[in-house]
Design a protein. Structure first.
Length: 257
């Protein structure tokens, strides 16, 4: 039987990822699954190339062709518009949709690699216990123990307080409304919502729209999220290749002729 890493490597190869031969995936007791170098890496050496079509985002997923959130743009009070305006929730609902597909998802080998809930993979009671050890569930006295650490600065308690509102007012109603169409085999509990949210917070990246630098979207970027890092202190940096807008316009003009 193949391992999770072996299945991921096959998926990366089949989806046109270009990976430096100096990199290997390992699963160690101390660091878990991740990317390791087996040779010295030179400055400015390219580690890997990730095709944009292989990133998990609302726009790359089939869910975008099923719910058509853009149709609700003029209805500011609709759950569809509220979801569309929130990049974080938009990615969360996309991942939930892909999890529901299980092996029918084109990202299944990647989702399987992530520390994320999938039907039949985790006992819900064990999941709940793991989650409630996280700082967002700590009492004020426990939080004081973080004083002086980098975690103290990063925890946004206002954001955590709004998580429940987002779940009750947007995520839960949306899933119920589109359950038969998109979420037929999965129930989203608050703990599952938090679990997916934690994965997004730890693994996702923010990208610019190819045609409008003021527009951004959040996506899961396979390979890039396998590098252990501390933002702005890491040795590997992620760069986004921009589409040549002039070439794209020329193609559009040619297609219209």
């Amino acid at each position: 039987m193949s391992t999770i890493i072996e299945r991921l490597l096959i998926w990366l190869n089949n989806n046109e990822f270009k990976i430096n031969d100096k990199l290997v995936f390992k699963n160690t007791v101390t660091t878990g699954r991740g990317v390791h170098s087996i040779e010295e890496i030179k400055e400015d050496e390219i580690l890997f190339h990730v095709p944009k079509k292989s990133m998990i985002s609302y726009y790359n997923s089939k869910i975008s062709t099923m719910v058509h959130l853009e149709d609700y743009f003029d209805d500011e009070d609709s759950i569809e518009r509220k979801l569309f305006d929130n990049n974080w929730l938009l990615l969360l609902i996309t991942i939930l949709f892909e999890i529901n597909l299980e092996k029918d998802s084109k990202w299944f080998p990647y989702l399987e690699y992530l520390p994320i809930y999938k039907k039949g993979y985790y006992n819900s009671d064990k999941l709940s216990k793991k989650l409630h050890n996280m700082p967002m569930y700590w009492q004020h006295k426990q939080l004081l123990e973080l004083k002086g650490t980098s975690l103290e600065e990063k925890i946004n308690f206002t954001r955590y307080q709004s998580l429940e509102n987002d779940y009750l007012l947007i995520i839960q109603p949306f899933v119920e409304k589109y359950k038969q169409l998109c979420f037929s085999d999965i129930n989203i509990s608050y703990d599952l919502y938090i679990q997916i949210g934690c994965v997004i917070s730890s693994y996702s990246f923010t990208f610019e729209d190819d045609f409008d630098e003021d527009v951004h979207f959040v996506a899961m970027c396979p390979m890039a999220d396998a590098l252990n890092h501390k933002t702005y202190c890491n040795n590997a940096r992620l760069f986004q290749e921009q589409i040549d807008k002039h070439d794209e316009n020329d193609n559009n003009n040619n297609n219209n002729n």
